[in-house]
Ligand binder design. Structure first.
Ligand SMILES: Cc1cc2nc3c(=O)[nH]c(=O)nc-3n(C[C@H](O)[C@H](O)[C@H](O)COP(=O)(O)O)c2cc1C
Length: 272
């Protein structure tokens, strides 16, 4: 196979990164070992300012987490600046064991509109950004076996088909609306304005400032936000002293409801 392997992902809590990197590593094992992976981690805002373009020589494995059943809307502008110019793409979404709804078909459509030929797609499961119990520690070993198998099949498809077929993935068109949590009366609630609080465990290490995908946490006063919070979990899950938390009633109710209602294990789905 005479192609360059590229990975691209947005991954505030690392699950999307693990899946995308796992696919690339396995494909590379099949090709010459001296090749390296060109990686673009666009989790941080600075990276999303750089334009990226590929050519027909590239294979790009691109992954995003599922937010509200869709591609995170804060990424749409950036994703539309990436140009494929005939590059092959593998579309990957990672979701927290509720559902990926229309995220995979939306990602595939975005890539196609931007000049990629999308030849495979996968929806994988990662520990939920809101929770330390829902899909805990996923993707786990069992998931990574499926990741490897997915990569093997992609390699076979690229190397055995003369005119590589584009993939058909699961999803609705028009896409369903962004999934909205509800309160105890069944009324939809808007958790977009919810922001993390900081407790006295904070040692002011600034890790959260450097990890926030929106660049929103104030450097001088890390309890202050200068921009929006997307509830991605980066500051909360990575804090070495567990100093960050949410106390919003609707958010906490939704988190608990997800943990109860979607406790049974879902399995990855792959499309070729
Ligand atoms: C704002 C927001 C909305 C989410 N919506 C969904 C969803 O609709 N369905 C689902 O199963 N998981 C949902 N998740 C969970 C993430 O998709 C999941 O935890 C993913 O593994 C996170 O990826 P990362 O580790 O790369 O950040 C949501 C997470 C966030 C932050």
């Amino acid at each position: 196979m005479n192609k360059k392997i590229n990975t691209m992902y947005f991954s505030p809590t690392g699950t999307t990164k693990k899946v995308v990197s796992g696919i690339a590593k396995k494909i590379l094992e099949n090709i010459a070992s001296e090749l390296t992976i060109n990686n673009i981690d666009f989790t941080l805002p600075g990276v999303r300012k750089e334009p990226v373009s590929f050519t027909g020589e590239d294979v790009v494995i691109i992954g995003v987490p599922v937010y509200a059943g869709r591609v995170p809307n804060i990424l749409l502008n950036y994703l539309n600046t990436i140009t494929g110019n005939g590059a092959l793409a593998i579309a990957v979404v990672v979701y927290g064991n509720r559902n990926y709804d229309d995220a995979l078909i939306e990602l595939k459509d975005i890539l196609e509109l931007n000049g990629f030929k999308v030849i495979a797609g996968g929806a994988f499961i990662g520990e939920h950004s809101f929770s330390k119990t829902l899909a805990k520690n996923r993707p786990d070993e069992k998931d990574m076996v499926i990741v490897s198998d997915f990569a093997e099949q992609i390699y076979t498809k690229i190397t055995t088909q003369d005119n590589i077929q584009t993939v058909v993935v699961k999803g609705n068109k028009p896409y369903r609306k962004y999934y909205k949590p509800e309160n105890e009366n069944g009324t939809p609630v808007d958790i977009r304005k919810v922001t993390p609080k900081t407790n006295s465990n904070c040692i002011d290490c600034k890790l959260c400032v450097n990890l926030c995908p929106m660049g929103s946490i104030d450097y001088e006063d890390v309890s202050k936000l200068n921009g929006i919070c997307i509830k991605c979990g980066a500051c909360i899950k990575n804090c070495p002293t567990e100093a960050k938390y949410y106390d919003d009633k609707d958010y906490l109710r939704h988190k608990h409801e997800l943990e109860v209602d979607f406790a049974s294990r879902r399995e990855p789905e792959t499309f070729f």
